[in-house]
Write a new protein. Structure first.
Length: 346
C-alpha cells in the first residue's frame, strides 16, 4: 500500500522527471517541494515506491524515474487537471471558428491540439452509418466527366469526380439525379448503401445507355456511402515523434506504422475505458497487445449528433499528463459545442 505522502512523493518525481528529463533524487525533492521532512524520510518513501515497482533507478547510484505502473498510479490519482491559460482558450475558439464542414473542423482540431501539446493528435470520426442522406447532386463537366456530391444530415459532404464511359448528355442529368435521389435520399447511409447493392444485383444484362450511366454513378455513390460507414481517424503531428525520439526507450517505428495503418489506433482508442469525465489513458505496457509499449495514449470523449467519438494524443510515457488531458478535454468540449450548435441550426 502506498501512503498519502508516498503518493505525493510519486507525484513530485513524475512532475520533476517530465520537467527535467533527469532522474529525481531525494535532495532535489526536498529542495523543490515543501514536504517539511528530511531527505532521509523522502528516501524511505522512495524505497517503498520502488518496492511497489512505481519508480526505478535507471543507473546505479542515480535518482529515480517513474515506471509505466508509476505513471498509471499518478494518472489515477490526479486531483485536478492543469487549467489552460486564457491565451490557449482563445486559441481554441479562434482556430476552430467557422469551419467549412466537418472534415475541415476535424482537420483543424488535430492541428490545434498538436500545437497546444507537442504530441501526435488523433480524432475519431463519428460513425455515420445511421446518418441520413439529405441531398445528391450531379454536375456535368463534359460528355464523360461528372462531379457527384452527397450531403448528409450531420453535415458530412462528399465530392467525387468520376468518369462515365457511356457518356452523359445534358438532358440525362436531371433524370439520373432523380433516380439516384430516389435510391438514397431520406434514407440512412447504411440503407442507401444496401439499396445500391440491390440495384446492381438486379440489373439486367441488356441495358440502355442511360441505365449503364445510372449503374456507374450509383457505384460511385455506394463507394462514398461505404466510406461514411467506415471508422476513420484524422491525425496531425507525426513529425513530433522524431523530435522526441530521445524520450522513447526503444524504436519509434511501431508508432509510425500505427499512424500509417490507423486500424491499430482505432481499436485501441475504441477499447480504452473512460472515467466519469470521459477521460481515458493507456500507458506503456498497457498497450502491449497493440504493439505500442513505448507510447502513452490519452483521450477525451466528444459528442456528435449521431453518437460519441474520441479525441486523443499519442506520445512517450514521459508526457505532461495533467496538461495534455486538460487540453484534450477542453478541445473535445469545444468540438462538442460546435457540433451541437451546427445541429441546432439545421
Amino acid at each position: 500500500m502506498v501512503t498519502e505522502r508516498g503518493l505525493k512523493v510519486l507525484r513530485a518525481i513524475v512532475q520533476d522527471y517530465v520537467d527535467t528529463h533527469e532522474p529525481v533524487g531525494s535532495k532535489s525533492i526536498v529542495e523543490r517541494h515543501a514536504f517539511g521532512v528530511s531527505a532521509a524520510t523522502i528516501r524511505n518513501d522512495m524505497a517503498l515506491l520502488e518496492d511497489e515497482e512505481l519508480i526505478t533507478a535507471p543507473h546505479t547510484s542515480s535518482g529515480r524515474v517513474p515506471t509505466d505502473k508509476g505513471y498509471r498510479v499518478f494518472v489515477d490519482h490526479l486531483a485536478e487537471l492543469r487549467p489552460l491559460s486564457p491565451a490557449q482558450r482563445s486559441a481554441i475558439s479562434t482556430f476552430l471558428a467557422d469551419p467549412a464542414d466537418l472534415d475541415d473542423l476535424l482537420a483543424r482540431t488535430v492541428r490545434l491540439l498538436t500545437q497546444l501539446t507537442g504530441q501526435v493528435a488523433l480524432v475519431q470520426y463519428p460513425s455515420f452509418a445511421s446518418a441520413n442522406v439529405t441531398h445528391v447532386e450531379l454536375v456535368r463537366l463534359d460528355h464523360i466527366r461528372m462531379l457527384v456530391i452527397i450531403v448528409t444530415d450531420t453535415g458530412r459532404v462528399s465530392q467525387r469526380l468520376t468518369a462515365v464511359p457511356q457518356g452523359v448528355e445534358e438532358d440525362d442529368v436531371p433524370v439520373l439525379r432523380a433516380q439516384l435521389a430516389a435510391l438514397v435520399t431520406g434514407r440512412s447511409v447504411r440503407s442507401g448503401s444496401e439499396r445500391i447493392e440491390a440495384l446492381h444485383a438486379s440489373a439486367p444484362a441488356e441495358r440502355a445507355r442511360i441505365d449503364d450511366a445510372l449503374l456507374a454513378l450509383a457505384a460511385v455513390v455506394g463507394e462514398e456511402l461505404d466510406e461514411f460507414r467506415q471508422d476513420r481517424l484524422v491525425m496531425a503531428g507525426a513529425a513530433t515523434l522524431a523530435k522526441r525520439e530521445h524520450d522513447f526507450r526503444g524504436s519509434i517505428h511501431p508508432l509510425l506504422e500505427a499512424i500509417e495503418e490507423q486500424v491499430t489506433l482505432l481499436r485501441l482508442m475504441s477499447e480504452m475505458a473512460a472515467d466519469d469525465q470521459g477521460l481515458s489513458a493507456s500507458i506503456g505496457r498497457e498497450n502491449e497487445a497493440f504493439g505500442l509499449t513505448e507510447a502513452s495514449i490519452i483521450a477525451s470523449d466528444y459528442d456528435a449528433a449521431i453518437g460519441r467519438a474520441r479525441i486523443g494524443l499519442m506520445g512517450p510515457t514521459r508526457m505532461d499528463y495533467p496538461s495534455n488531458l486538460s487540453a484534450a478535454r477542453a478541445v473535445a468540449r469545444y468540438l462538442s459545442r460546435l457540433l451541437d450548435e451546427d445541429e441546432n441550426r439545421r
